[in-house]
Design a binder for this molecule. Structure first.
Ligand SMILES: Cc1cc2nc3c(=O)[nH]c(=O)nc-3n(C[C@H](O)[C@H](O)[C@H](O)COP(=O)(O)OP(=O)(O)OC[C@H]3O[C@@H](n4cnc5c(N)ncnc54)[C@H](O)[C@@H]3O)c2cc1C
Ligand SMILES: C=Cc1c2[nH]c(c1C)Cc1[nH]c(c(CCC(=O)O)c1C)Cc1[nH]c(c(C)c1CCC(=O)O)Cc1[nH]c(c(C)c1C=C)C2
Length: 448
């Protein structure tokens, strides 16, 4: 039977679903409903006339693993190969990441030399915690906070500094609330199946299989650690959107209500879309609304000349150091191609948590002060932009897996023509979200 499919939300997840649905001869029509008038969601690049590009959302995508290959395959299908800006393993942005602890920048330990020596801010070699980890007994909880899990297996120092910062640098979240089972499923599974994170990582795991395109093979041969696009990450959803035929849309609410009487299948991309479900789906609405989202402020700064005292990807700030500022990316280091043409400049991006009650000017002042105190730079930025990204990163708190199970069970028990996909469910990275769009589409139409 021919299907008409409605996709709610034109973020990268919704666009990925459309891309895969459009390959099926059994789908006669796809209606993409996007509220904002622009597709791409959080993939949002500021492009200046002088060639400079600044990212308000994601700035780099990892090529590794099945989901990384899947994204590169899509990049290839869209003919964006010549737009790719790869960062290889031997690049300084791949080797150097920093932590800002007790008023000082510290390079995160990496490589064999980094783990066998005591490297501040840590008080003992990482290898000690790693070797002890193998002997620690398996946990018995169904889920645990990321902080509790790492404290238990690797010690409180790594949990308080490294893992606290990592959760801020990926989820803009609190490691004491985030779920290890949902945020770091590989670590959780490693403990369950091998009794140890270290053994689990050494032995590897299964996971989905994705046949690599030539581009994905190139990424692996050349050891890329991340990539972006010449015109910024926004060029990705733009290229996807260009492949669709546009037509005027019916009223959103009419469409959603009619879903329950006809052959519509709706992909749900955000809990806030809950407002368009009918009252009959109340239990589902409650679960959707319970998924928390955080708001962050993203401050892009441009300085004249090369101003950094260190080179690398950037630095993270643990919550004990500053509850507000999460981290600073040294954008000019991984992606100098995004600097303005002619003349040397440094582009930085800072991310702040809990920015709601603060003015944009205050955020800008705090950002420039952090450049002075963290990086010893006294000059002022020649250009800046402050963006407030409301409810932008879903938080997989303790028990998230149970909530997902309940929601999917409800959908199945009530035969609702709905599929949940996007950042709120099974992974927040661009790769995860694109893969979830594909999985959702394939659940409806079979493998493409
Ligand atoms: C600051 C920041 C930095 C990030 N950095 C990285 C990174 O470096 N690497 C990485 O891999 N990932 C990164 N991410 C994560 C990644 O960008 C997001 O998780 C991903 O883009 C989410 O895609 P999505 O399609 O699920 O949702 P969204 O991007 O939120 O898209 C949802 C869409 O639905 C629309 N919508 C909402 N409500 C309605 C409605 N009622 N009706 C119709 N449309 C509606 C919205 O307008 C939006 O376009 C970052 C995210 C942020 C916020
Ligand atoms: C300071 C805040 C943030 C920075 N990036 C993000 C936030 C909230 C968002 C983000 N960053 C990454 C992802 C995707 C994760 C994935 O699985 O691919 C998201 C949603 C990538 C990432 N960034 C950092 C790490 C360790 C990762 C994981 C993948 C990888 O190893 O590359 C660290 C990091 N993020 C930020 C900074 C300043 C920083 C470290 C120096 C910014």
């Amino acid at each position: 039977m021919q299907k008409v499919v409605a996709v709610l939300g034109g973020g990268i997840g919704g666009l990925s679903a459309c891309h895969h649905l459009s390959k099926s001869p059994n789908v006669s029509k796809i209606v993409l409903l996007e509220r904002s008038g622009r597709c791409g969601g959080w993939l949002s690049s500021i492009r200046r006339d002088d060639g400079a590009v600044f990212e308000q959302g994601p700035r780099g995508v990892r090529p590794a693993g099945a989901v990384g290959r899947n994204t590169l395959n899509m990049v290839s299908e869209l003919g964006l190969e010549s737009e790719i800006l790869p960062v290889t393993k031997d690049h300084v942005a791949s080797k150097n990441r920093f932590l800002y602890v007790k008023g000082q920048l510290h390079k995160m330990p990496s490589g064999p030399g980094g783990v066998v020596r005591t490297i501040p801010p840590f008080s003992r070699p990482i290898i000690q915690s790693v070797l002890k980890e193998i002997l620690i007994r398996k946990g018995t909880e169904e889920d645990e906070s990321v902080h509790a899990f790492v404290s238990r297996r690797l010690g409180s120092e790594l949990a308080n500094i490294a893992i606290d910062s990592l959760c801020r640098g990926v989820f803009a979240g609190d490691s004491r609330q985030l779920s290890v089972r949902s945020c770091f499923p590989l670590l959780y599974e490693a403990e369950r199946s091998r009794g140890s994170i270290v053994l689990g990582m050494l032995m590897g795991s299964g996971g989905p299989k994705v046949v690599p395109s030539d581009l994905a093979k190139r990424a692996s041969t050349e050891s890329w650690t991340q990539w972006s696009l010449k015109r910024g990450m926004q060029a990705f959803p733009e290229a996807l959107e260009d492949t669709f035929t546009h037509c005027s849309l019916p009223s959103q609410h009419t469409l959603i209500e009619s879903r329950f009487y006809s052959n519509f299948c709706v992909f749900f991309f955000k809990p806030e879309l809950a407002s368009v479900l009918p009252p009959a789906a109340q239990p589902l609405l409650e679960e959707l609304r319970a998924i928390a989202l955080v708001t962050v402020a993203v401050v892009n700064l441009e300085y004249e000349g090369f101003i950094l005292p260190v080179t690398g990807f950037g630095h993270l700030v643990p919550s004990s150091e500053d509850p507000g500022l999460l981290g600073v990316v040294y954008d000019s280091v991984p992606f100098p191609q995004h600097n303005r043409s002619g003349g040397l400049t440094t582009r930085l991006t800072q991310t702040f948590g809990h920015p709601d009650s603060v003015t944009k000017q205050t955020l800008l002042d705090r950002a420039t002060q952090a450049v002075t105190s963290h990086l010893g730079v006294n000059s002022q930025p020649v250009w800046s932009y402050v963006g407030l990204l409301k409810n932008c990163i879903p938080q997989y708190h303790l028990g998230h897996w149970k909530r997902l199970e309940k929601m999917r069970q409800y959908i199945s028990n009530h035969n609702l023509p709905l599929t949940l996909a996007g950042a709120s469910y099974d992974g927040v990275s661009v790769n995860d979200v694109i893969f979830s769009g594909r999985t959702a589409a394939e659940g409806l139409i079979g493998k493409t």
